[in-house]
Design a protein around this ligand. Structure first.
Ligand code: SDX
Length: 430
């Protein structure tokens, strides 16, 4: 990292040098770690829109160019030529696997898909209509109660087994939540199926009859997981890093990340997009809802639009939009009112001055739900699907954070705007 510096001069004339650090790509950063000690001031950046929380070798986004790359590989190339488990290996280990490394990794993941039977009994305690994200975060958090014997973050084998368990078991936990919601018996994973085939059969197989895997659906889910796998220091990944920075076990850190992802401003947006499209209902209503989204006094936002980093097309949205058309066609879905409505809404919004001026484009969540819906996955499971894909990103960032010599417990400061110091007033004097 280069050692240029910005020179800061306080109103009283005191000078401080802020070293400039440069990465492989993207903006330089100012190292402000000495600022408070030398100038007695903090920086102020609600939402951390202009703050780098760490250095990372995993993923890079160029919001102006609409570029996303995992370990240097553009997501378009990985979407075209790779698989979710190969991308998972890349994110976890930094390099694409050899044939043997991939075969070994896939075999390891397959052999960790089952849950402890005690963990399955949790699902008997949830209400039948519990939101699957609530069940996912609860059951993932409980994993540290089952695997407490391998939680030594300083042990590379423990870090690996954690990664394998999270990646392998999330689809099984998700399927158990889905089966509870639809009142069907839990379906055990099968080691003769690949990652996405297994997910489909755990979701949709029933004991009463054989289940035939739909390869179109399996390929579509694999591609969606690649596109959702990682995304720099987004809200949920930063939550995992922050929780892990205290030394909390990685299962608890990932459970915290799942909770952060659930918010409609983040991963919960894919569920909110479908609700919004159903509320809009018809292309004749698009203008009314676009106007609501532009109205400062109306809390309504166009879900699936806008992004903290992308001020151009989210490359994932572009790929998913193209894929939606192909998948719907290959699934024989000729009646695609929601997809047609989404295309029409995008067309209107992208021509609207408000969206152009604020550089609001469709993001990853705008089209993904339409594909999940076409695959028979209910809206309540959309963010769970996002969590399965992102689980490898959370895991890769937790491992990087643990191995980073610069890691300290995350503890931001604040601008205090509360009451000045005052004395206690006895209740009879108030
Ligand atoms: C994800 O960080 C990541 O990388 C996230 C993610 C990942 O892979 O991890 O990419 C996944 O979370 C995608 C985003 C999903 N969320 C949504 O689709 C919800 C709708 N979008 C917004 O709430 C919003 O765009 C955010 C949350 C995505 C971004 O919020 P920012 O960066 O804090 O931007 P902002 O809220 O300050 O908005 C800037 C302006 C505001 O207007 P002004 O106050 O400047 O007048 O744009 C407006 C906002 O009102 N605006 C919108 C809008 N999004 C922003 N107006 C209408 N509709 C919208 N969707």
């Amino acid at each position: 990292m280069s050692q240029d510096a910005y020179r800061l001069k306080s109103p009283s004339g005191k000078e401080t040098e802020l070293p400039v650090l440069s990465g492989t790509a993207g903006p330089d950063v100012l190292d402000i770690s000495k600022l408070y000690a030398q100038q007695g001031v903090f920086t102020y950046d609600p939402g951390f829109a202009a703050t780098g929380s760490c250095s990372s070798n995993i993923t890079f986004i160029d919001g102006e160019e609409g570029l996303l790359m995992y370990r240097g590989y553009p997501v378009e190339q990985l979407a075209k030529s790779s698989s979710f488990l190969e991308v998972s290996y890349l994110l976890l280990h930094g390099e694409l696997p050899t044939v043997d490394e991939l075969a070994d990794f896939e075999s390891t993941i397959r052999r960790h898909t089952m849950l402890n039977e005690g963990m399955l009994s949790f699902f008997k305690g949830f209400r039948y209509d519990a939101h699957p994200m609530a069940m996912l975060s609860a059951v993932v958090g409980s994993m540290s109660a089952y695997y407490h014997d391998k939680l030594d973050a300083s042990n590379p084998q423990h870090r690996d087994i954690f990664a394998h368990r999270i990646l392998a078991k999330l689809p099984t936990i998700a399927a158990a939540a889905y089966k509870l919601n639809c009142g069907q018996p839990f379906i055990y994973p099968r080691n003769d199926l690949n990652y996405c085939e297994n997910l489909l059969q755990m979701f949709f197989a029933v004991p009463a009859e054989p289940y035939e895997i739909d390869q179109v659906a399996a390929e579509a889910i694999d591609l969606l997981f690649i596109l959702h796998a990682d995304h720099e220091q987004n809200c949920s990944t930063s939550t995992v890093r922050m929780a892990g920075s205290s030394g909390a076990n990685p299962y608890s850190a990932v459970a915290a990340g799942i909770s952060a992802l659930w918010g409609p401003a983040h991963g919960g947006a894919n569920e909110a997009v479908l609700a919004m499209l159903e509320e809009i209902g018809d292309v004749s209503q698009i203008g009314k809802y676009v106007d609501k989204a532009k109205d400062k006094n109306d809390p309504f936002r166009l879900m699936g639009f806008g992004h903290r980093v992308y001020k151009n097309f989210d490359p994932r949205a572009t790929i998913i939009r193209k894929m939606a058309h192909k998948i719907l066609g290959r699934l024989g879905r000729v009646d695609t009112p929601l997809y047609d409505l989404a295309l029409a809404l995008e067309e209107v919004a992208l021509k609207d001055e408000y969206f152009i001026e604020k550089r609001l484009y469709p993001n990853v969540d705008f089209y993904s739900g339409i594909i999940y819906r076409a695959l028979g996955i209910p809206t309540s499971m959309f963010t769970v699907m996002f969590a399965i894909g992102r689980s490898v990103g959370w895991t890769a960032h937790w491992r990087e954070m643990i191995g980073d010599s610069e890691t300290r417990i995350s503890r931001p400061r604040q601008l205090y705007t509360g009451p000045a110091k005052r004395d206690y007033v006895p209740i009879d004097k108030r």
